[in-house]
Design a protein around this ligand. Structure first.
Ligand SMILES: Cc1cc2nc3c(=O)[nH]c(=O)nc-3n(C[C@H](O)[C@H](O)[C@H](O)COP(=O)(O)OP(=O)(O)OC[C@H]3O[C@@H](n4cnc5c(N)ncnc54)[C@H](O)[C@@H]3O)c2cc1C
Length: 518
């Protein structure tokens, strides 16, 4: 990372000089803000952290909960997300603390005795040269804490306003702050309104902001359920410290994720489909004891003696995609500019099997963040904001399609070579699909087609033939393949030029010469 742009100053360079007025930030909400962010999950904290860097942009982050998330939920951090954290100057800190997913193993019923599992494959998780950073595992609550800390040290010293719930909004036809949002104090029930130039709903799968703009999620009506458990256990399973996709003949399947810190491990136990009309039934039916018993049966002949359960949840989610990610219906696209946006789970929900939820949510926010900054800072016209929904809706559609395919393969019974007529998935086929999807799951295959003025046709694609990654409108090549000086200029934002959909780094890129495995 780079610092001391304005000369040397003693002290921690991560703590940026405080903007005038930041210390006098009133305890209550102001009457009007530039951006109101609703929800402090991965999407909301990324967006608020980005905006907090700019002293001339007033931002508020409201959160229904009484304080920050402390435990649980997602944990997979794709290479691309670590790159994003590096843009905040936090990449090195993140990978020091994380568990690195360098390899993935596959276990299937043994050919000799199908009541036992046997290892059928061990592969490199991320292909060489894809990113300067590894694929890692870090608790979602911790990821959010990093971003909250960044906000605290930013020039605006931004802190979330906890215990405030978004209720509804309306958008006036005119005015400097046309969006009027109503918020409710969770404790007292008192309502108050706040005006904003822009409101962003990062308020999760049951988003009230989404509802208030009339956007609708479409997709499967059945939810899929997983028992998710972070635990300390004694086991003789030899791959307990490797990411493992384990499929038994008759007892179901497990995704095993070794956790940061070297001791904890997470098990995702597939519980199958649950009817939406019977919402919550899976939570009652599947206790922690039942999940452990299932895991013990899947792992046979190995033993699993659970000593401590750190976090347990039955996570139910369907594959759903919202029709648009802003408040402008298609018939008004030419006449109105967006004022309200949604990001993350408010836009798309899907299985946890490919570890994409937190990553894609953060990437939505990052895409929107630099655009809001450019518009509010007067560096780009507000038309730029139209590209957010177009670009990210396309990405979410690819995510849902991928998730459907991957979930189906993972949920299929393993093929019994002695009884192929029963059907099922060949372990080699599953492993090959995993490898083929590697670029996508690492987050580096995002491609924005020339659907907006930001992205160009591939007319001059032949000029980039030296680099495998340099496909027009795709993420720029991995820093590992560039010299430090070229890297620095390559990653500087050029917001109005073709390819500008690359997010605006909050700080200059770091030591670009570092290799992925250093
Ligand atoms: C219970 C649960 C368990 C999960 N487990 C896993 C898992 O094991 N593995 C995995 O990969 N993914 C898991 N996920 C999914 C993953 O956490 C999400 O994909 C990711 O968190 C999406 O980020 P987000 O910021 O869009 O939404 P969220 O993380 O859902 O954050 C939304 C935030 O908005 C707040 N909020 C909601 N409504 C309002 C309102 N009206 N006003 C103010 N604030 C509001 C919420 O309190 C929350 O803090 C889980 C999700 C949940 C909800």
């Amino acid at each position: 990372m780079q610092f001391y742009l304005d000369g040397y100053k003693p002290g921690d360079p991560d703590i940026l000089p405080e903007a005038r007025g930041a210390a006098n930030r009133s305890a209550g909400l102001p009457d009007a803000v530039d951006v109101l962010v609703v929800g402090s999950g991965p999407a909301g904290t990324v967006l608020a952290a980005q905006l907090s860097t700019f002293p001339n942009i007033s931002t508020r982050l409201v959160e229904r909960r009484g304080g920050p998330l402390e435990l649980g939920q997602a944990d997979g951090v794709a290479c691309r997300t670590v790159e994003m954290f590096e843009a905040f100057g936090m990449g090195a800190k993140l990978i020091r603390e994380a568990n690195w997913v360098n390899e993935t193993v596959f276990w299937r019923p043994s050919q000799e005795d199908r009541s036992r599992i046997a290892r059928t494959g061990r592969i490199q998780d991320v292909e060489d040269g894809l990113s300067e950073f590894p694929h890692v595992i870090v608790n979602q609550a911790r990821m959010q804490e990093y971003l909250l800390e960044y906000m605290r040290k930013s020039p605006t010293r931004l802190e979330p306003d906890y215990g405030l719930e978004f209720v509804r909004l309306k958008v006036d036809a005119e005015g400097e702050y046309p969006v009027v949002a109503t918020l409710r104090d969770v404790e007292s029930g008192a309502e108050r309104s706040i005006r904003a130039r822009y409101v962003v709903g990062c308020d999760g799968a049951r988003s009230a902001v989404r509802q208030s703009i009339g956007a609708e999620p479409h997709g499967d009506y059945a939810n899929h359920a997983w028992g998710v458990m972070d635990m300390l256990a004694v086991t003789d399973f030899p791959d307990i410290r490797l990411k493992a996709a384990i499929q038994s003949a008759d007892e179901g399947n497990i995704l095993l994720i070794p956790r940061e810190g070297g001791y904890l491990v997470r098990l995702y136990v597939d519980l199958g489909d649950v009817d939406l009309s019977d919402r919550g039934a899976a939570r009652q039916k599947y206790t922690a004891e039942k999940i452990i018993e299932t895991a013990q049966r899947v792992l046979r002949p190995y033993t699993l003696d659970v000593r401590d359960i750190v976090w347990f949840s039955v996570y139910e989610v369907g594959q759903r995609l919202t029709d648009r990610f802003d408040d402008v219906p298609p018939e008004q696209a030419a006449s109105r500019l967006p004022r309200v946006f949604i990001a993350g789970d408010a836009c798309h929900t899907h299985s946890a099997k490919a570890g994409q939820g937190m990553n894609v949510s953060m990437q939505d926010a990052f895409n929107l963040g630099w655009k809001l900054v450019c518009v509010l800072d007067g560096r780009a016209r507000p038309e730029l904001l139209r590209t957010y929904s177009v670009e990210r809706h396309a990405v979410a559609q690819v995510l849902i399609d991928f998730d459907k395919e991957w979930s189906k393969i993972m949920a299929s019974p393993p093929l019994d070579p002695k009884r192929p007529e029963l059907g099922g998935v060949d372990p080699a086929e599953l492993q090959a699909y995993f490898v083929r999807s590697g670029r996508y799951t690492a987050g580096v295959a995002t491609h924005y087609p020339p659907a907006t003025f930001l992205t160009a046709e591939s007319t001059h694609q032949d000029l980039a033939r030296a680099s495998r990654s340099a496909r027009v409108s795709t993420r720029r090549p991995s820093c590992a393949s560039l010299t430090p000086s070229r890297c620095t200029s390559a990653m500087r934002p050029v917001p109005t030029a073709p390819g500008a959909s690359t997010p605006l780094p909050m700080r200059a890129p770091s030591d670009c010469a570092r290799s992925r495995t250093s």
